[in-house]
Design a protein around this ligand. Sequence first.
Ligand SMILES: [Zn+2]
Length: 252
Amino acid sequence: MLALPLILGLMVGSFLNVVIHRLPKGESLVFPGSRCPACQTPIRPWDNIPLVSFALLRGRCRTCRHAISWRYPLVEGLTGILFALTVAQFGVTLQTAFLLALLGGLVAIAFIDLDHQIIPNAITLPGIPLGLVAGVFFGEPPLLERVIGALAGAGFLYLVLLYGGAVYGQDAMGEGDLNLIALVGAFLGWKGVVVTILLGCLSGSAVGLVLIGLRRLHRREHIPFGPFLVFGALVAMFWGDALVEWYLRFLR
Ligand SMILES: [Zn+2]
């Protein structure tokens, strides 16, 4: 049953690799077809099968034997697993299709931010009305919770980043981060936003401290926040309700 969403996810992941590679450079996502970054030889369809081709070619270009980045199979495999998990949890419904669209956007945003320290508006801004439309149709979470999530989330994150900038004396502010949290709010509502910001800050700080400890990161260096917000949003999407429930019971 889950083989189909897994395969769909692998194929979408393969396309996301193109998006991650080309969108920040303003290149077309369709033309020309994929080429080897080293020797520019067009990649034939049978050498472009997600995961399978990477394994058969042992991670090297067929023509020039240049190593293919492990990021390509990673993005494909990650998207495949996330698609299968989503269908397993939410079933085969139209609402699931909206969540798969959100997933694709989040995966692309995480890796583009990692590479270029930008979160493209071309993904976040069309995504916000899409999430609100899903609220009109499905009502779970309700439209009002989504609007509050988008507005309050962006507003709250603005204050967090303003505070972070004041404390650490660096420009932590990213308009892209605010658009990303508005996107998360439009799909997951304000509860999802709370979980996302909390886990994003916790995981970002933890990884930052470890990198500083390992002397891999200078104290004033900027690490992109987007991947950590995406991590928080994924947890919120799958386990957000359970986490909020658990916390409210914990308070009582
Ligand atoms: Zn090559």
